[in-house]
Ligand binder design. Structure first.
Ligand code: CTP
Ligand code: MG
Length: 182
C-alpha cells in the first residue's frame, strides 16, 4: 500500500466515529430543539436542526462504531487503535461528543451571521465537527491525539472530509433525510 493511501485510510479510520456521529444525527434527526426555540437577538440561538435526540443518538452511534473499530484494530496491526481499555472510551467520547459540539458551534455561528437553518456556509458546514472533535481530543486525550494525528493525517482529514461530507449529505438528501443536498 503506497504511503499516501495509507495516510488516507488512517485519516478516515481515525475520524470514522466522528463521521458516524454526524451522519447518525442527521439520519435519526429529532424533535426537541436544544435551544428550545430560544432566540438571541433576531435569530434562533441554534435553530431547529439541532435536537437532543440527534445529539444523543449521534454520540451513541459514534461511540459504538468506535468500540467495534477498536476490536478490529487490536487484531490488525496496520490500523491505528483508539487506545487500550478503559482509555479508549475517553478518546471515543471526545471524537463523538466533540463532533456534536463542533456542529452546535457551527450552527451557533451561522445563526449569528443571520443564516437560517439549512443555509450553506462552506467549510464551516463541512469542518465544524472536525474542529470540535480535535478540540476535545486536544483537551482530554492529548498524548493519544498527538501520536495518532501526524501532520500528514491532519492534512488528509481536512482535504477528504469536505468531499465525504458532501457525498453523504447528497445521499441523505436523496433518502429524504436532509432538506438540502449540502
Ligand atoms: N440533527 C439533529 N440534532 C443535532 C444535529 C443534527 O437532529 N444535534 C439533524 C437535523 O435534522 C438536521 C440534520 O441532522 O437538520 C443535519 O444537520 P446539519 O446539516 O448540521 O443541520 P442543518 O439542518 O443544515 O442546520 P444548520 O443550518 O444549523 O447547520
Ligand atoms: Mg452542521
Amino acid at each position: 500500500m503506497s504511503a499516501i493511501i495509507g495516510t488516507i485510510v488512517a485519516a478516515v479510520w481515525l475520524m470514522l466515529p466522528a463521521y458516524v456521529t454526524n451522519s447518525s444525527a442527521a439520519f435519526f434527526g429529532g424533535k426537541t430543539p436544544i435551544d428550545r426555540g430560544m432566540y438571541w437577538g433576531t435569530s434562533r440561538l441554534l435553530g431547529d436542526g439541532k435536537t437532543y435526540e440527534g445529539l444523543v443518538k449521534g454520540i451513541a452511534c459514534g461511540v459504538l462504531v468506535g468500540i467495534v473499530q477498536n476490536l478490529f484494530a487490536w487484531g490488525y496491526v496496520d490500523l491505528p487503535s483508539f487506545g487500550s481499555f478503559p482509555f479508549f472510551f475517553v478518546t471515543l467520547v471526545c471524537l463523538s461528543a466533540g463532533a456534536m459540539l463542533g456542529d452546535l458551534l457551527g450552527s451557533f455561528a451561522k445563526r449569528r451571521v443571520g443564516l437560517k437553518r439549512g443555509a450553506s456556509l462552506p467549510l464551516v458546514d463541512q469542518l465544524d465537527f472536525v474542529v470540535g472533535a480535535w478540540l476535545l481530543l486536544f483537551l482530554f486525550a492529548r498524548a493519544w491525539f498527538r501520536n495518532a494525528f501526524s501532520l500528514e493525517v491532519i492534512i488528509a482529514v481536512v482535504v477528504i472530509t469536505p468531499m465525504l461530507h458532501l457525498l453523504t449529505n447528497y445521499i441523505g438528501f436523496k433518502m429524504g433525510k436532509k432538506q438540502v443536498p449540502w
